[in-house]
Ligand binder design. Structure first.
Ligand code: AMP
Ligand code: ZN
Length: 117
């Protein structure tokens, strides 16, 4: 946990979010500035700064998050693969466009055009 991290605060319920999914390890919530009709973020509740900080101990958690993304995408209104589908993005570091330093998976979908991407 990191006391001044915005996604840790969301995971602790100190900052409100529009929740998509929650369990002991994972929280998913809608992005506050969506660039697609469906746009939510999946975060580990534990503070991991970025994908660059992930090690072998995180593999089950990351695998679970990735496997869950298509199910949550359908739940949130993305149309099924292959006509529909969704995009999964993990921005990492400054050159990767990462603005919040707590690992998060963007899941975006819905009919195009999108604002970005
Ligand atoms: P990134 O550029 O990959 O670090 O993306 C950070 C994302 O977090 C952006 O898409 C923001 O819109 C989103 N974001 C920032 N603050 C909040 C918040 N309080 N609730 C939901 N999404 C947020
Ligand atoms: Zn954090």
């Amino acid at each position: 946990m990191s006391s001044d991290c915005i996604f840790c605060k969301i995971a602790r319920g100190e900052i409100p979010s529009r929740k998509v999914y929650e369990d002991e390890e994972i929280l998913a919530f809608h992005d506050i500035h969506p660039w697609a009709p469906v746009h939510f973020l999946m975060v580990p509740k534990a503070h991991i700064a970025s994908l660059a900080h992930v090690s072998e101990v995180h593999q089950p958690l990351l695998g679970r998050m990735l496997a869950m993304a298509p199910k949550l995408a359908l739940q949130e209104g993305c149309q099924p693969y292959p006509q529909g589908g969704h995009r999964v993005v993990i921005n990492t570091g400054a050159h990767g466009g990462q603005e919040v330093q707590h690992l998060h998976i963007h899941v975006m979908g819905g009919p195009r055009p999108w604002l970005k991407g």
